[in-house]
Design a protein around this ligand. Structure first.
Ligand code: PXP
Length: 243
């Protein structure tokens, strides 16, 4: 069973709706950890639409599991990451108009920039992951850039599940994820996955043997509105377990 990293960005989305001090993602992270989360993920976006600099700095001193910071390749963001020193940084593409991260990073096209960003983060003692589509060329480019992990984008898979596309489309997406995961491992990368995973669709991805960590945010935070954050995290741990 892969580890569960809970993305708590949307706790901050609720807070920022009123520019208030609650709900505090720092408190949410502690609740997630007590409920069994194996790591905490936040995305400090360039537009600061949800997570704020203060959150990342406080989380660095309070998170007891693993702190994973999602970041664009922008100089300003990499400087913050090197200063805060989360355990892992996941490099993602960022577009100000998007509602959420829309696709994987084009690691193949960005290779030389990616190499220098990975080297900067490594120098600060941070493990680096690259968020890519489940495409062997992108996985290979992440390896060439010196990354430790790839995080495979599960958005196409979860989209196929939620649009109730023919089961063959869902199987095709799972097959792409499995092949990309196997390729990643075969060339020495560690493999994570995430985006759009929920209580119904996460299990088949969790069953891909090479996948170490799942990053799941929206579905857990949405469910927590009704059942509480502790129960929402415990239920997701159960959903991705083999029992
Ligand atoms: N992984 C990455 C790289 C992401 O950008 C996100 C969204 O912030 C997630 C995982 C989690 O996606 P979701 O909120 O849909 O579970």
């Amino acid at each position: 069973m892969p580890l569960l990293h809970v993305n708590i960005d949307h706790i901050a989305t609720v807070r920022q709706a009123r520019r208030a001090s609650e709900p505090d993602p720092v408190a949410a992270a502690a609740v997630c950890e007590l409920a069994g989360a194996d790591g905490i993920t936040v995305h400090l976006r360039e537009d600061r639409r949800h997570i704020q600099d203060r959150d990342v700095r406080l989380l660095r001193s309070t998170v007891k599991t693993i702190l994973n910071l999602e970041s664009s390749l922008a100089d300003e963001m990499i400087a913050i990451a090197c200063d805060v020193r989360p355990d892992e940084v996941c490099l993602v593409p960022e577009n100000r108009r998007e509602i959420t991260t829309e696709g994987g990073l084009d690691a193949a096209t960005e290779l030389s920039r990616l190499k220098s960003v990975v080297a900067r983060l490594h120098k600060a003692g941070i493990l680096v992951s690259v968020f890519v589509d489940p495409d062997e060329r992108q996985v290979q480019a992440s390896r060439d850039a010196g990354a430790d992990f790839v995080e495979l984008h599960t958005g196409q898979y979860s989209g196929a599940c939620s649009h109730r596309l023919a089961t063959s489309a869902v199987h095709d997406e799972l097959d792409r994820l499995s092949r990309a995961a196997a390729h990643g491992r075969s060339i020495g990368l560690r493999v994570n996955a995430g985006h759009g995973l929920d209580y119904k669709n996460a299990r088949p991805v969790a069953s891909i043997p090479q996948i170490e960590e799942l990053n799941i945010g929206f579905s857990i935070i949405a469910r927590s509105v009704f059942v509480g954050l502790d129960a929402a995290v415990r239920e997701m741990k159960q959903s991705i377990s083999n029992n």
